[in-house]
Design a protein around this ligand. Structure first.
Ligand code: RNT
Ligand code: ZN
Length: 419
């Protein structure tokens, strides 16, 4: 039996197994096809970007490792993303940071950036059937310091307000160009290493800055606001904490970004989904993997991830949840890092789409708690993998570990030659 036939055969028997539990695998495959991931451009080059002024990565985030082959130019980022996409089934998006603009060799400061600096990205994305998302960039800049949008110094605060307003205008142009809303994420690192004497002051400033930034209404972009727990060197206080942004988002109808690395390690991000869906318009995800801290490890298929995907599917919220990725590992092949993290995320959704949820919910409604727990346990080992293989086959991407040699080949021919 050749490989393709064996995938077909295994799929057929999985289909029957699932049908017995009331799960339609064909429907699950159709739904899977509609799930787009927003790939974070910054995995390709360790969050360096293409501003024409050298500067270190700041803002309390850190990339570790020096594996050879980092993308050094816009073309290299584009080629690497294209390469990664050949191993990731489905249609996807690319999430750009402002520092990845096409500045044509010029120094364009953050308060000068314009849509024209992203024209080539928009065209390239269109040629490659990708939609773009966007992020303002407040880190890695001489004016970053510990405080940007929450800075009591008006000159600095206004500089970052201007930057962020311009980023929204760029996002609007991207959304128009691609006939699909551009998700713009706003994350600022503002915080302090030591315990502040006045926590309220900076939060009030951040609120004022956001109000000013969001005062221009747009229809082709959507604003997302991302909280975090702490940054390196900013351990005692984060101005934009989860409470802050949850409150802001609920009151002012903004999308809250849940970065799965930005919570206490025993806190369940999955549990937040149903609450956010009730009180905020949509949800933006930054799928990441914290190891002991917000370490941005490559996403793998673990319980945190499957719980999250399951919650979204159980809430029937695929049309209200945007799935971005956010991790940066410089210790392994970076294209491999994209592929592993994206496929892990997709596998989590595949499993979630195949959950016998109608039966589980029926058990629950009837108070049959033994039956609910029993089926939840058995559902873990249902043959979801056979459906996933079929999904890869239908999308013409390598099945199983077959992407490994191809990425090795790209490394040999392309990335290893970048010295
Ligand atoms: C930082 C946030 C933020 C960044 C990117 C680069 O902790 O997660 O989303 O990772 O903007
Ligand atoms: Zn993030």
């Amino acid at each position: 039996m050749n490989k393709e036939t064996s995938i077909q055969t295994t799929f057929e028997s999985a289909k029957e197994r699932y049908a017995a539990l009331g799960v339609d695998v064909v429907q699950a495959l159709e739904n899977m096809q509609k799930i787009s991931l927003s790939l974070h451009c910054w995995q390709a080059d360790d969050v360096s970007g293409f501003e024409n002024q050298a500067g270190a990565l700041t803002g309390g985030i850190q990339v570790t490792g020096n594996y050879p082959g980092r993308a050094r130019t816009i073309d290299e980022v584009r080629n690497d993303v294209k390469e990664a996409l050949t191993y990731i089934p489905g249609n996807h998006r690319l999430n750009l940071h402002e520092i990845y603009g096409d500045f044509g060799g010029k120094v364009v400061d953050r308060d000068e950036v314009e849509p024209v600096h992203f024209q080539s990205w928009m065209e390239w994305a269109q040629e490659n059937n990708l939609k773009l998302d966007f992020n303002s960039t407040s880190f890695s800049h001489p004016k970053s310091g510990d405080l940007t949008l929450a800075n009591p110094d008006n000159a600095i605060r206004n500089f970052w307000i201007e930057h962020t307003k311009r980023c929204r205008a760029i996002s609007e142009e991207m959304g128009k160009f691609q006939h699909d809303p551009c998700m713009m994420n706003l994350w600022v690192h503002d915080g302090s290493k030591e315990v502040p004497a006045n926590r309220l002051k900076y939060r009030a400033l951040l609120e004022q800055s956001l109000d000013e930034i969001f005062s221009t209404p747009y229809s082709n972009m959507k604003d997302c606001i991302e909280a975090k727990l702490f940054g390196i060197g900013l351990e005692s206080y984060t101005v934009g904490s989860y409470d802050f942004y949850l409150g802001y988002g609920a009151k002012k109808n903004k999308i809250v970004t849940l970065d799965t690395g930005h919570f206490h390690l025993t806190e369940s991000v999955a549990d937040k989904v149903s609450s956010l869906l009730l009180f905020t318009p949509e949800i933006m995800l930054h799928v990441s993997r914290p190891v002991r801290w917000d370490s941005d490890h490559v996403v793998i298929l673990n319980d945190d991830l499957t719980d999250l995907a399951r919650e979204i599917i159980r809430c029937r919220a695929l049309d209200r949840v945007h799935i971005g990725l956010d991790y940066f590992d410089a210790t392994i092949n970076r294209i491999g890092a994209y592929v592993i993290g994206c496929r892990a995320t997709q596998k989590a959704f595949m499993q979630a789409l195949l959950e016998p949820s109608a039966l589980l919910q029926q058990y629950e409604a009837e108070g049959r708690l033994f039956e609910r727990l029993g089926l939840q346990e058995e559902a873990k080992s249902l043959p979801w993998n056979a459906v996933w293989d079929m999904y890869c086959l239908q999308n013409n991407v390598p099945v199983g570990e077959n992407y490994i040699p191809s990425i090795q080949q790209y490394e040999k021919e392309v990335t290893s030659k970048r010295l």
